[in-house]
Design a protein around this ligand. Structure first.
Ligand code: F6R
Length: 608
Protein backbone atom coordinates (compact mmCIF):
# COMPACT_ATOMS: atom_id res chain seq x y z
CA UNK A 1 0.00 0.00 0.00
CA UNK A 2 1.30 3.36 -1.01
CA UNK A 3 0.04 6.82 -1.90
CA UNK A 4 0.45 8.17 -5.43
CA UNK A 5 -0.16 11.56 -6.98
CA UNK A 6 0.38 13.17 -10.37
CA UNK A 7 -0.03 16.74 -11.71
CA UNK A 8 -0.01 18.32 -15.14
CA UNK A 9 -1.02 21.96 -15.47
CA UNK A 10 -0.10 25.57 -15.98
CA UNK A 11 1.37 26.10 -12.51
CA UNK A 12 4.41 24.66 -10.78
CA UNK A 13 3.71 21.06 -9.78
CA UNK A 14 5.83 20.94 -6.60
CA UNK A 15 3.23 22.38 -4.22
CA UNK A 16 0.30 20.23 -5.41
CA UNK A 17 2.50 17.14 -5.35
CA UNK A 18 3.79 17.79 -1.83
CA UNK A 19 0.30 18.72 -0.57
CA UNK A 20 -1.09 15.52 -2.10
CA UNK A 21 1.67 13.39 -0.58
CA UNK A 22 1.19 15.03 2.81
CA UNK A 23 -2.46 14.02 2.77
CA UNK A 24 -1.54 10.52 1.56
CA UNK A 25 1.20 9.84 4.10
CA UNK A 26 -1.23 7.74 6.14
CA UNK A 27 -0.99 5.13 3.38
CA UNK A 28 2.69 4.54 4.01
CA UNK A 29 5.75 6.40 5.18
CA UNK A 30 8.75 4.18 4.45
CA UNK A 31 10.03 6.51 1.73
CA UNK A 32 8.84 9.36 -0.46
CA UNK A 33 9.83 10.71 -3.86
CA UNK A 34 8.86 12.79 -6.86
CA UNK A 35 9.81 12.93 -10.52
CA UNK A 36 9.39 16.10 -12.54
CA UNK A 37 10.29 17.27 -16.00
CA UNK A 38 13.43 19.39 -15.72
CA UNK A 39 14.14 20.88 -19.12
CA UNK A 40 14.37 17.96 -21.54
CA UNK A 41 15.03 15.31 -18.93
CA UNK A 42 13.47 13.83 -15.82
CA UNK A 43 14.66 14.82 -12.38
CA UNK A 44 13.95 12.36 -9.55
CA UNK A 45 14.27 13.29 -5.88
CA UNK A 46 13.61 10.58 -3.30
CA UNK A 47 14.71 9.35 0.08
CA UNK A 48 14.07 6.69 2.66
CA UNK A 49 11.84 7.67 5.59
CA UNK A 50 9.03 10.12 5.98
CA UNK A 51 7.96 12.88 3.65
CA UNK A 52 9.85 15.44 5.73
CA UNK A 53 13.10 14.02 4.27
CA UNK A 54 11.82 14.65 0.75
CA UNK A 55 10.74 18.15 1.76
CA UNK A 56 14.30 18.84 2.97
CA UNK A 57 15.63 17.65 -0.38
CA UNK A 58 13.22 19.93 -2.19
CA UNK A 59 14.44 22.90 -0.15
CA UNK A 60 18.01 22.17 -1.25
CA UNK A 61 17.04 21.71 -4.93
CA UNK A 62 15.02 24.61 -6.23
CA UNK A 63 12.90 22.91 -8.83
CA UNK A 64 10.04 24.13 -10.93
CA UNK A 65 8.01 22.21 -13.48
CA UNK A 66 4.43 21.95 -14.70
CA UNK A 67 4.37 18.15 -14.76
CA UNK A 68 5.31 15.69 -12.07
CA UNK A 69 4.43 12.53 -10.16
CA UNK A 70 4.93 11.60 -6.50
CA UNK A 71 4.81 8.66 -4.15
CA UNK A 72 4.79 7.77 -0.48
CA UNK A 73 5.66 4.11 0.15
CA UNK A 74 4.68 1.29 2.45
CA UNK A 75 7.27 -1.38 1.68
CA UNK A 76 6.18 -4.74 0.24
CA UNK A 77 8.85 -5.92 -2.22
CA UNK A 78 12.21 -4.68 -1.05
CA UNK A 79 13.15 -3.08 2.25
CA UNK A 80 12.47 0.59 2.99
CA UNK A 81 15.47 2.32 1.35
CA UNK A 82 16.34 5.13 -1.02
CA UNK A 83 16.99 2.62 -3.85
CA UNK A 84 13.57 1.06 -3.41
CA UNK A 85 11.79 4.42 -3.10
CA UNK A 86 9.54 5.44 -6.00
CA UNK A 87 9.49 6.93 -8.63
CA UNK A 88 11.36 4.24 -10.54
CA UNK A 89 12.89 4.94 -13.90
CA UNK A 90 13.93 2.81 -16.86
CA UNK A 91 17.46 2.30 -18.22
CA UNK A 92 17.56 5.55 -20.16
CA UNK A 93 15.90 7.51 -17.34
CA UNK A 94 13.26 8.76 -19.76
CA UNK A 95 10.27 7.07 -18.17
CA UNK A 96 9.27 7.38 -14.50
CA UNK A 97 6.62 5.31 -12.72
CA UNK A 98 4.89 5.43 -9.34
CA UNK A 99 2.84 2.43 -8.31
CA UNK A 100 0.50 1.27 -5.59
CA UNK A 101 -0.21 -2.47 -5.50
CA UNK A 102 1.66 -5.70 -6.05
CA UNK A 103 2.89 -7.20 -9.31
CA UNK A 104 2.66 -10.93 -8.64
CA UNK A 105 4.63 -12.04 -11.71
CA UNK A 106 7.43 -9.52 -11.25
CA UNK A 107 10.22 -12.15 -10.92
CA UNK A 108 9.42 -13.75 -14.30
CA UNK A 109 9.12 -10.37 -15.99
CA UNK A 110 12.37 -9.20 -14.40
CA UNK A 111 14.24 -12.25 -15.70
CA UNK A 112 12.90 -11.69 -19.23
CA UNK A 113 13.84 -8.03 -19.13
CA UNK A 114 17.33 -8.78 -17.79
CA UNK A 115 17.83 -11.21 -20.70
CA UNK A 116 16.93 -8.34 -23.03
CA UNK A 117 19.66 -6.20 -21.42
CA UNK A 118 17.69 -4.12 -18.91
CA UNK A 119 19.58 -3.18 -15.78
CA UNK A 120 17.74 -2.90 -12.48
CA UNK A 121 18.64 -0.68 -9.59
CA UNK A 122 16.05 -1.70 -6.97
CA UNK A 123 14.44 -4.83 -5.50
CA UNK A 124 10.93 -3.58 -6.16
CA UNK A 125 8.22 -5.11 -8.31
CA UNK A 126 7.47 -1.58 -9.55
CA UNK A 127 10.75 -1.09 -11.36
CA UNK A 128 9.87 -3.81 -13.86
CA UNK A 129 6.95 -1.65 -15.00
CA UNK A 130 9.26 1.20 -15.99
CA UNK A 131 11.48 -1.21 -17.96
CA UNK A 132 8.53 -2.98 -19.54
CA UNK A 133 7.13 0.35 -20.77
CA UNK A 134 10.58 1.26 -22.09
CA UNK A 135 10.68 -2.05 -23.92
CA UNK A 136 7.41 -1.32 -25.71
CA UNK A 137 8.02 2.38 -26.23
CA UNK A 138 7.96 3.53 -29.87
CA UNK A 139 7.21 7.21 -29.35
CA UNK A 140 3.67 6.81 -27.94
CA UNK A 141 3.58 6.61 -24.12
CA UNK A 142 -0.10 5.65 -23.95
CA UNK A 143 0.44 2.75 -26.34
CA UNK A 144 3.51 1.56 -24.44
CA UNK A 145 1.72 1.66 -21.06
CA UNK A 146 -1.23 -0.13 -22.59
CA UNK A 147 0.99 -2.94 -23.89
CA UNK A 148 2.95 -3.17 -20.64
CA UNK A 149 -0.09 -3.57 -18.40
CA UNK A 150 -1.21 -6.46 -20.57
CA UNK A 151 1.72 -8.38 -19.06
CA UNK A 152 1.10 -7.46 -15.42
CA UNK A 153 -0.54 -9.87 -12.99
CA UNK A 154 -1.65 -8.48 -9.66
CA UNK A 155 -2.88 -5.12 -8.46
CA UNK A 156 -1.79 -1.73 -9.64
CA UNK A 157 -2.60 1.92 -9.70
CA UNK A 158 0.11 3.49 -11.86
CA UNK A 159 1.09 6.96 -12.86
CA UNK A 160 3.65 7.24 -15.66
CA UNK A 161 5.45 10.19 -17.24
CA UNK A 162 8.11 10.41 -19.91
CA UNK A 163 10.57 13.13 -20.90
CA UNK A 164 9.83 12.31 -24.55
CA UNK A 165 6.11 13.03 -24.02
CA UNK A 166 6.22 16.19 -21.89
CA UNK A 167 2.56 17.08 -22.36
CA UNK A 168 0.88 14.11 -20.79
CA UNK A 169 0.64 11.76 -17.83
CA UNK A 170 -0.70 8.22 -18.24
CA UNK A 171 -2.43 6.27 -15.47
CA UNK A 172 -3.89 2.79 -15.21
CA UNK A 173 -5.90 1.07 -12.51
CA UNK A 174 -6.51 -2.52 -11.48
CA UNK A 175 -7.50 -3.42 -7.90
CA UNK A 176 -5.85 -0.41 -6.24
CA UNK A 177 -7.67 2.89 -5.76
CA UNK A 178 -7.29 5.83 -8.13
CA UNK A 179 -9.09 9.15 -8.50
CA UNK A 180 -8.73 11.81 -11.23
CA UNK A 181 -8.99 15.48 -10.30
CA UNK A 182 -10.31 17.67 -13.10
CA UNK A 183 -9.11 21.24 -12.59
CA UNK A 184 -9.44 24.51 -14.52
CA UNK A 185 -5.83 24.79 -15.54
CA UNK A 186 -4.60 21.43 -14.42
CA UNK A 187 -5.49 17.77 -14.23
CA UNK A 188 -4.41 15.51 -11.41
CA UNK A 189 -4.50 11.94 -10.23
CA UNK A 190 -4.14 10.47 -6.73
CA UNK A 191 -4.89 7.46 -4.55
CA UNK A 192 -7.75 9.23 -2.80
CA UNK A 193 -9.99 12.26 -2.80
CA UNK A 194 -8.50 14.34 0.08
CA UNK A 195 -5.13 14.39 -1.71
CA UNK A 196 -6.69 16.45 -4.51
CA UNK A 197 -9.05 18.73 -2.58
CA UNK A 198 -6.54 21.57 -2.46
CA UNK A 199 -6.65 21.73 -6.28
CA UNK A 200 -10.14 20.78 -7.35
CA UNK A 201 -13.48 19.40 -6.19
CA UNK A 202 -14.37 17.83 -9.55
CA UNK A 203 -13.32 14.18 -9.46
CA UNK A 204 -13.64 10.99 -11.45
CA UNK A 205 -13.33 7.70 -9.56
CA UNK A 206 -11.60 5.23 -11.81
CA UNK A 207 -12.73 1.63 -12.09
CA UNK A 208 -10.71 -1.51 -12.63
CA UNK A 209 -9.53 -2.00 -16.19
CA UNK A 210 -9.36 1.71 -16.96
CA UNK A 211 -6.53 3.94 -18.13
CA UNK A 212 -6.47 7.72 -18.36
CA UNK A 213 -4.33 10.12 -20.33
CA UNK A 214 -4.13 13.53 -18.70
CA UNK A 215 -3.07 16.70 -20.46
CA UNK A 216 -2.94 20.23 -19.09
CA UNK A 217 -6.51 20.97 -20.15
CA UNK A 218 -7.78 17.66 -21.43
CA UNK A 219 -8.28 14.11 -20.28
CA UNK A 220 -9.23 10.88 -21.96
CA UNK A 221 -10.36 7.67 -20.28
CA UNK A 222 -10.12 4.35 -22.08
CA UNK A 223 -10.44 0.71 -21.09
CA UNK A 224 -7.52 -1.70 -21.28
CA UNK A 225 -8.61 -2.59 -24.84
CA UNK A 226 -8.35 1.05 -25.90
CA UNK A 227 -12.12 1.74 -26.10
CA UNK A 228 -13.20 5.20 -24.89
CA UNK A 229 -15.04 5.22 -21.54
CA UNK A 230 -17.49 7.96 -20.57
CA UNK A 231 -17.44 8.68 -16.86
CA UNK A 232 -19.41 11.15 -14.81
CA UNK A 233 -17.55 13.84 -12.90
CA UNK A 234 -18.52 13.88 -9.22
CA UNK A 235 -18.53 17.16 -7.32
CA UNK A 236 -16.97 16.52 -3.91
CA UNK A 237 -18.43 18.69 -1.17
CA UNK A 238 -16.11 17.51 1.65
CA UNK A 239 -14.52 20.31 3.55
CA UNK A 240 -10.72 20.34 3.32
CA UNK A 241 -10.78 21.14 7.04
CA UNK A 242 -12.34 17.71 7.59
CA UNK A 243 -9.15 16.12 6.38
CA UNK A 244 -6.94 18.24 8.59
CA UNK A 245 -6.31 18.26 12.32
CA UNK A 246 -8.78 20.99 13.26
CA UNK A 247 -6.92 22.27 16.31
CA UNK A 248 -6.14 18.88 17.90
CA UNK A 249 -2.59 17.78 18.51
CA UNK A 250 -3.02 14.62 16.45
CA UNK A 251 -5.49 13.20 13.97
CA UNK A 252 -6.19 10.34 16.35
CA UNK A 253 -7.31 12.67 19.14
CA UNK A 254 -9.40 14.68 16.71
CA UNK A 255 -11.01 11.51 15.42
CA UNK A 256 -11.73 10.24 18.95
CA UNK A 257 -13.58 13.52 19.55
CA UNK A 258 -15.41 13.29 16.25
CA UNK A 259 -17.18 10.10 17.32
CA UNK A 260 -20.49 11.67 18.40
CA UNK A 261 -20.80 13.24 14.93
CA UNK A 262 -19.49 10.17 13.10
CA UNK A 263 -21.99 7.88 14.81
CA UNK A 264 -24.83 10.35 14.33
CA UNK A 265 -24.05 10.72 10.63
CA UNK A 266 -23.83 6.96 10.23
CA UNK A 267 -27.23 6.48 11.87
CA UNK A 268 -28.64 9.32 9.79
CA UNK A 269 -27.66 7.47 6.65
CA UNK A 270 -29.44 4.29 7.77
CA UNK A 271 -32.48 5.23 9.88
CA UNK A 272 -35.25 7.66 9.01
CA UNK A 273 -36.38 10.31 11.50
CA UNK A 274 -39.38 8.21 12.55
CA UNK A 275 -37.11 5.29 13.52
CA UNK A 276 -37.67 3.23 10.33
CA UNK A 277 -34.62 1.32 9.13
CA UNK A 278 -33.84 2.46 5.57
CA UNK A 279 -30.74 0.90 4.01
CA UNK A 280 -30.60 2.96 0.82
CA UNK A 281 -27.42 1.48 -0.62
CA UNK A 282 -28.22 -2.13 0.22
CA UNK A 283 -29.85 -2.75 -3.16
CA UNK A 284 -30.66 -6.37 -2.29
CA UNK A 285 -34.19 -7.59 -2.52
CA UNK A 286 -35.66 -8.09 0.97
CA UNK A 287 -37.00 -11.48 -0.12
CA UNK A 288 -33.41 -12.74 -0.48
CA UNK A 289 -32.57 -11.55 3.04
CA UNK A 290 -35.78 -13.15 4.33
CA UNK A 291 -34.58 -16.51 3.03
CA UNK A 292 -31.14 -16.50 4.68
CA UNK A 293 -30.49 -19.11 7.34
CA UNK A 294 -27.06 -17.94 8.46
CA UNK A 295 -24.91 -14.84 8.70
CA UNK A 296 -21.12 -14.90 8.37
CA UNK A 297 -19.13 -11.82 9.32
CA UNK A 298 -15.59 -11.41 7.99
CA UNK A 299 -13.12 -8.67 8.88
CA UNK A 300 -9.62 -7.94 10.20
CA UNK A 301 -8.23 -6.16 13.24
CA UNK A 302 -10.45 -3.49 14.74
CA UNK A 303 -13.16 -4.20 12.18
CA UNK A 304 -13.20 -7.79 13.44
CA UNK A 305 -13.82 -6.48 16.96
CA UNK A 306 -16.76 -4.45 15.62
CA UNK A 307 -17.92 -7.72 14.04
CA UNK A 308 -17.94 -9.39 17.48
CA UNK A 309 -20.41 -6.77 18.67
CA UNK A 310 -22.46 -7.14 15.47
CA UNK A 311 -22.53 -10.90 16.05
CA UNK A 312 -24.25 -10.47 19.43
CA UNK A 313 -26.72 -7.88 18.13
CA UNK A 314 -27.76 -10.00 15.14
CA UNK A 315 -28.13 -13.17 17.20
CA UNK A 316 -30.08 -11.36 19.95
CA UNK A 317 -32.47 -9.45 17.71
CA UNK A 318 -32.72 -11.46 14.49
CA UNK A 319 -32.38 -14.88 16.22
CA UNK A 320 -30.31 -16.30 13.39
CA UNK A 321 -26.95 -18.12 13.75
CA UNK A 322 -23.96 -15.89 13.16
CA UNK A 323 -20.37 -16.95 12.58
CA UNK A 324 -17.48 -14.57 12.72
CA UNK A 325 -14.21 -15.17 10.96
CA UNK A 326 -10.92 -13.38 10.54
CA UNK A 327 -10.82 -12.62 6.82
CA UNK A 328 -7.28 -13.96 6.32
CA UNK A 329 -8.48 -17.34 7.67
CA UNK A 330 -11.88 -17.36 6.04
CA UNK A 331 -10.43 -16.88 2.54
CA UNK A 332 -8.52 -20.19 2.76
CA UNK A 333 -11.24 -22.31 4.34
CA UNK A 334 -13.21 -24.91 2.46
CA UNK A 335 -16.20 -22.60 2.75
CA UNK A 336 -19.62 -23.74 3.85
CA UNK A 337 -21.61 -20.86 2.46
CA UNK A 338 -24.37 -20.84 -0.14
CA UNK A 339 -27.14 -18.62 -1.47
CA UNK A 340 -28.86 -18.77 1.92
CA UNK A 341 -25.84 -17.21 3.64
CA UNK A 342 -25.50 -13.49 4.16
CA UNK A 343 -21.82 -12.57 4.35
CA UNK A 344 -21.07 -9.20 5.92
CA UNK A 345 -17.57 -7.93 5.09
CA UNK A 346 -16.50 -5.11 7.41
CA UNK A 347 -13.65 -2.89 6.26
CA UNK A 348 -13.32 0.81 6.98
CA UNK A 349 -10.84 1.36 4.15
CA UNK A 350 -12.62 -0.90 1.70
CA UNK A 351 -9.20 -1.98 0.50
CA UNK A 352 -8.07 -4.73 2.90
CA UNK A 353 -6.76 -7.50 0.64
CA UNK A 354 -7.83 -10.39 2.90
CA UNK A 355 -11.35 -9.05 3.35
CA UNK A 356 -11.70 -8.50 -0.39
CA UNK A 357 -10.44 -12.03 -1.08
CA UNK A 358 -12.87 -13.49 1.48
CA UNK A 359 -15.71 -11.53 -0.08
CA UNK A 360 -14.84 -12.91 -3.55
CA UNK A 361 -14.66 -16.50 -2.28
CA UNK A 362 -18.07 -16.13 -0.63
CA UNK A 363 -19.51 -14.62 -3.81
CA UNK A 364 -18.13 -17.49 -5.86
CA UNK A 365 -20.10 -19.87 -3.65
CA UNK A 366 -23.28 -17.90 -4.28
CA UNK A 367 -23.52 -16.12 -0.92
CA UNK A 368 -25.14 -12.70 -0.65
CA UNK A 369 -22.32 -10.31 0.17
CA UNK A 370 -22.80 -6.98 1.90
CA UNK A 371 -19.90 -4.66 2.69
CA UNK A 372 -19.75 -2.19 5.56
CA UNK A 373 -17.23 0.49 4.63
CA UNK A 374 -16.33 4.12 5.18
CA UNK A 375 -14.80 4.85 1.79
CA UNK A 376 -17.01 5.68 -1.14
CA UNK A 377 -15.54 4.32 -4.36
CA UNK A 378 -13.18 1.91 -2.55
CA UNK A 379 -12.56 -1.53 -4.04
CA UNK A 380 -15.09 -3.28 -1.80
CA UNK A 381 -17.87 -1.02 -3.05
CA UNK A 382 -17.41 -2.34 -6.55
CA UNK A 383 -17.42 -5.99 -5.57
CA UNK A 384 -20.10 -6.41 -2.90
CA UNK A 385 -23.74 -7.11 -3.81
CA UNK A 386 -24.89 -4.47 -1.36
CA UNK A 387 -23.36 -1.66 0.67
CA UNK A 388 -23.78 -0.11 4.08
CA UNK A 389 -21.74 3.07 4.41
CA UNK A 390 -20.50 4.37 7.71
CA UNK A 391 -20.37 8.13 7.42
CA UNK A 392 -17.43 8.72 9.72
CA UNK A 393 -15.60 11.08 7.31
CA UNK A 394 -11.95 10.57 6.43
CA UNK A 395 -9.97 8.81 9.15
CA UNK A 396 -6.31 9.75 8.89
CA UNK A 397 -4.91 8.34 12.14
CA UNK A 398 -3.72 4.80 11.46
CA UNK A 399 -5.41 3.49 14.61
CA UNK A 400 -9.11 3.12 13.87
CA UNK A 401 -11.34 4.97 16.34
CA UNK A 402 -14.33 6.74 14.81
CA UNK A 403 -14.67 4.14 12.08
CA UNK A 404 -14.88 1.45 14.80
CA UNK A 405 -17.78 3.06 16.66
CA UNK A 406 -19.46 3.92 13.34
CA UNK A 407 -19.14 0.28 12.24
CA UNK A 408 -20.79 -0.85 15.47
CA UNK A 409 -23.62 1.65 14.91
CA UNK A 410 -24.09 0.34 11.35
CA UNK A 411 -24.10 -3.26 12.59
CA UNK A 412 -26.85 -2.48 15.12
CA UNK A 413 -28.96 -1.18 12.25
CA UNK A 414 -28.18 -4.24 10.11
CA UNK A 415 -29.26 -6.45 13.03
CA UNK A 416 -32.55 -4.55 13.25
CA UNK A 417 -33.00 -4.80 9.49
CA UNK A 418 -32.57 -8.59 9.46
CA UNK A 419 -34.90 -8.89 12.48
CA UNK A 420 -37.46 -6.76 10.63
CA UNK A 421 -37.26 -8.66 7.33
CA UNK A 422 -37.42 -12.04 9.04
CA UNK A 423 -40.23 -10.89 11.31
CA UNK A 424 -38.29 -11.66 14.49
CA UNK A 425 -39.14 -8.28 16.04
CA UNK A 426 -42.33 -6.29 15.60
CA UNK A 427 -42.20 -2.83 14.02
CA UNK A 428 -42.73 -1.39 17.45
CA UNK A 429 -39.81 -3.37 18.91
CA UNK A 430 -37.61 -2.23 16.02
CA UNK A 431 -38.53 1.40 16.54
CA UNK A 432 -37.98 1.15 20.30
CA UNK A 433 -34.40 0.02 19.65
CA UNK A 434 -33.68 2.40 16.80
CA UNK A 435 -34.86 5.32 18.92
CA UNK A 436 -32.40 4.19 21.62
CA UNK A 437 -29.61 4.28 19.04
CA UNK A 438 -30.07 8.04 18.74
CA UNK A 439 -29.05 8.42 22.42
CA UNK A 440 -25.59 7.04 21.64
CA UNK A 441 -23.92 10.20 20.21
CA UNK A 442 -24.82 12.18 23.33
CA UNK A 443 -23.57 9.40 25.62
CA UNK A 444 -20.26 9.25 23.71
CA UNK A 445 -19.98 13.00 24.30
CA UNK A 446 -20.49 12.42 28.03
CA UNK A 447 -17.85 9.68 28.04
CA UNK A 448 -15.40 12.11 26.40
CA UNK A 449 -15.80 14.59 29.28
CA UNK A 450 -13.66 12.20 31.39
CA UNK A 451 -10.59 12.97 29.27
CA UNK A 452 -8.56 14.81 31.94
CA UNK A 453 -9.12 12.05 34.52
CA UNK A 454 -8.15 9.39 31.97
CA UNK A 455 -5.04 11.34 30.97
CA UNK A 456 -3.80 11.39 34.59
CA UNK A 457 -4.44 7.68 35.02
CA UNK A 458 -2.71 6.89 31.70
CA UNK A 459 0.36 8.87 32.74
CA UNK A 460 0.53 6.89 35.99
CA UNK A 461 0.73 3.56 34.12
CA UNK A 462 2.71 4.61 31.02
CA UNK A 463 5.93 2.88 32.13
CA UNK A 464 4.37 -0.55 32.67
CA UNK A 465 5.65 -3.20 30.23
CA UNK A 466 2.54 -5.42 29.99
CA UNK A 467 -1.21 -5.04 30.30
CA UNK A 468 -4.05 -7.55 30.47
CA UNK A 469 -7.56 -6.46 29.41
CA UNK A 470 -10.53 -8.45 30.68
CA UNK A 471 -14.26 -8.50 30.03
CA UNK A 472 -17.22 -10.84 29.79
CA UNK A 473 -19.99 -10.96 27.20
CA UNK A 474 -20.01 -7.68 25.30
CA UNK A 475 -17.00 -6.65 27.39
CA UNK A 476 -14.84 -9.16 25.49
CA UNK A 477 -14.71 -7.28 22.15
CA UNK A 478 -13.91 -4.11 24.09
CA UNK A 479 -11.14 -5.85 26.08
CA UNK A 480 -9.67 -7.05 22.76
CA UNK A 481 -10.01 -3.65 21.11
CA UNK A 482 -8.67 -1.80 24.18
CA UNK A 483 -5.59 -4.04 24.13
CA UNK A 484 -5.13 -3.61 20.37
CA UNK A 485 -5.33 0.19 20.63
CA UNK A 486 -2.76 0.23 23.44
CA UNK A 487 -0.25 -2.05 21.76
CA UNK A 488 -0.46 -0.52 18.30
CA UNK A 489 0.21 3.07 19.33
CA UNK A 490 2.29 2.73 22.53
CA UNK A 491 4.22 -0.48 21.62
CA UNK A 492 3.39 -1.88 25.08
CA UNK A 493 2.53 -5.56 25.12
CA UNK A 494 -1.19 -5.91 25.83
CA UNK A 495 -3.56 -8.86 25.68
CA UNK A 496 -7.31 -8.94 25.70
CA UNK A 497 -9.08 -11.98 27.06
CA UNK A 498 -12.48 -13.24 28.21
CA UNK A 499 -12.36 -12.89 32.00
CA UNK A 500 -13.52 -16.48 32.47
CA UNK A 501 -10.63 -17.72 30.33
CA UNK A 502 -8.02 -15.94 32.40
CA UNK A 503 -7.57 -18.74 34.90
CA UNK A 504 -6.79 -21.12 32.02
CA UNK A 505 -3.45 -19.47 31.28
CA UNK A 506 -3.19 -15.65 31.18
CA UNK A 507 -3.35 -15.41 34.98
CA UNK A 508 0.25 -16.65 35.00
CA UNK A 509 1.28 -13.25 33.58
CA UNK A 510 -0.06 -11.35 36.55
CA UNK A 511 2.28 -9.56 38.92
CA UNK A 512 2.60 -6.04 40.23
CA UNK A 513 4.10 -4.91 36.91
CA UNK A 514 1.17 -6.12 34.76
CA UNK A 515 -1.84 -3.87 35.35
CA UNK A 516 -5.25 -5.31 34.50
CA UNK A 517 -7.89 -3.23 32.73
CA UNK A 518 -11.37 -4.58 33.39
CA UNK A 519 -14.50 -3.73 31.43
CA UNK A 520 -16.89 -3.72 34.37
CA UNK A 521 -20.06 -1.90 33.37
CA UNK A 522 -23.50 -3.12 34.37
CA UNK A 523 -24.49 -6.43 32.83
CA UNK A 524 -25.86 -9.81 33.82
CA UNK A 525 -22.33 -11.01 34.56
CA UNK A 526 -21.01 -8.05 36.54
CA UNK A 527 -20.62 -10.14 39.72
CA UNK A 528 -18.53 -12.68 37.82
CA UNK A 529 -16.38 -9.88 36.42
CA UNK A 530 -15.88 -8.63 39.96
CA UNK A 531 -14.88 -12.10 41.15
CA UNK A 532 -12.30 -12.36 38.33
CA UNK A 533 -10.99 -8.91 39.25
CA UNK A 534 -10.52 -10.00 42.85
CA UNK A 535 -8.57 -13.03 41.62
CA UNK A 536 -6.04 -10.83 39.83
CA UNK A 537 -5.94 -8.36 42.72
CA UNK A 538 -4.98 -11.23 45.01
CA UNK A 539 -1.96 -11.70 42.73
CA UNK A 540 -0.84 -8.09 43.22
CA UNK A 541 -2.14 -6.68 39.94
CA UNK A 542 -3.10 -3.02 39.83
CA UNK A 543 -6.66 -2.70 38.54
CA UNK A 544 -8.12 -0.07 36.23
CA UNK A 545 -11.87 -0.59 35.83
CA UNK A 546 -14.29 0.87 33.29
CA UNK A 547 -17.44 1.38 35.37
CA UNK A 548 -20.75 3.19 35.13
CA UNK A 549 -20.95 6.58 36.78
CA UNK A 550 -22.43 6.25 40.25
CA UNK A 551 -21.70 2.54 40.52
CA UNK A 552 -19.60 1.75 43.60
CA UNK A 553 -19.32 -1.98 43.15
CA UNK A 554 -15.59 -1.73 42.27
CA UNK A 555 -14.71 0.73 45.02
CA UNK A 556 -11.95 -0.83 47.09
CA UNK A 557 -11.22 -3.38 44.36
CA UNK A 558 -10.01 -1.16 41.53
CA UNK A 559 -7.03 1.18 41.94
CA UNK A 560 -8.37 3.54 39.30
CA UNK A 561 -11.80 4.02 37.74
CA UNK A 562 -12.68 5.11 34.21
CA UNK A 563 -16.28 6.33 34.23
CA UNK A 564 -18.79 5.94 31.43
CA UNK A 565 -22.50 6.80 31.33
CA UNK A 566 -24.91 3.91 31.65
CA UNK A 567 -26.69 2.39 28.66
CA UNK A 568 -28.29 -1.04 28.17
CA UNK A 569 -25.76 -3.87 27.93
CA UNK A 570 -26.27 -4.51 24.19
CA UNK A 571 -25.24 -0.91 23.37
CA UNK A 572 -22.48 -0.72 26.00
CA UNK A 573 -19.49 -1.54 23.72
CA UNK A 574 -19.88 1.63 21.65
CA UNK A 575 -19.60 3.71 24.87
CA UNK A 576 -17.13 1.55 26.83
CA UNK A 577 -14.44 1.76 24.16
CA UNK A 578 -14.19 5.57 24.49
CA UNK A 579 -12.14 5.67 27.75
CA UNK A 580 -9.91 2.88 26.45
CA UNK A 581 -9.16 4.79 23.23
CA UNK A 582 -8.23 7.83 25.35
CA UNK A 583 -6.23 5.65 27.75
CA UNK A 584 -4.19 4.19 24.87
CA UNK A 585 -3.74 7.66 23.35
CA UNK A 586 -2.42 9.24 26.56
CA UNK A 587 -0.15 6.30 27.42
CA UNK A 588 1.36 6.59 23.92
CA UNK A 589 1.73 10.37 24.25
CA UNK A 590 3.40 9.97 27.66
CA UNK A 591 5.89 7.66 25.96
CA UNK A 592 6.48 10.18 23.16
CA UNK A 593 5.11 7.89 20.41
CA UNK A 594 3.82 9.05 17.07
CA UNK A 595 0.18 8.09 17.53
CA UNK A 596 -0.95 8.95 14.01
CA UNK A 597 1.70 6.87 12.28
CA UNK A 598 2.69 3.96 14.50
CA UNK A 599 5.70 1.99 13.34
CA UNK A 600 5.20 -0.93 10.93
CA UNK A 601 1.50 -0.14 10.43
CA UNK A 602 -0.47 1.47 7.64
CA UNK A 603 -4.03 2.66 7.21
CA UNK A 604 -5.15 0.17 4.63
CA UNK A 605 -3.51 -3.19 4.22
CA UNK A 606 -3.79 -3.97 0.52
CA UNK A 607 -1.45 -6.97 0.66
CA UNK A 608 -1.77 -10.39 2.24
C1 F6R B 1 -6.31 -0.97 14.11
C2 F6R B 1 -6.67 -0.97 12.72
C3 F6R B 1 -6.56 -2.25 11.96
C4 F6R B 1 -7.70 -2.34 10.93
C5 F6R B 1 -7.49 -3.55 10.03
C6 F6R B 1 -8.63 -3.71 9.04
O1 F6R B 1 -6.49 0.30 14.69
O2 F6R B 1 -7.04 0.02 12.17
O3 F6R B 1 -6.56 -3.36 12.80
O4 F6R B 1 -8.91 -2.44 11.61
O5 F6R B 1 -6.29 -3.38 9.31
O6 F6R B 1 -8.76 -2.57 8.26
P1 F6R B 1 -10.06 -2.29 7.42
O7 F6R B 1 -11.16 -1.99 8.36
O8 F6R B 1 -9.70 -1.12 6.56
O9 F6R B 1 -10.34 -3.52 6.62
Amino acid sequence: MCGIVGYIGKEDCINPLVAGLTSLEYRGYDSAGIAILNGDSLKVLKDEGKLSRLKDLLKKNELCSNIGIGHTRWATHGAPSKENAHPHTCCQDKIAVVHNGIIENHSVLREDLIKKGHKFSSETDTEIIAHLIEDFYEGDLKAAVSKAIGFLKGSFALVVMSSDNPKLIVTAKQDSPMVLGIGKNANLVASDIPALLGQTREMIIMDNGEMAVLGQDSYQIIDFDGNPVNKAIAHISWDQEAAEKGGFEDFMLKEIHEQPVAVRETLRGLIDDDGTVNLKELKIDSSRIKDINRVVIIACGTSYHAGLVGNSAIESWARIPVELDIASEFRYRNLLVDDKTLVIAITQSGETADTLAGLRSAKDKGAIVVAVTNVVGSSVTREADGLIYTHAGPEIGVAATKTFTSQIAALYVIALFIAQVKGRLTNEEIKKRSVKLWDIPELIKQALTQEENIKKIAQKYAKKPDFLFLGRGLGVPIALEGALKLKEISYIHAEGCAAGEMKHGPIALIDDDCPVVVVATNSATIDKVKANTEEVKARNAQIIAVVNEGNHIFDGVADDLLFVPEISDIFSPIINIIPLQLFAYYVAKAKGCNVDQPRNLAKSVTVE
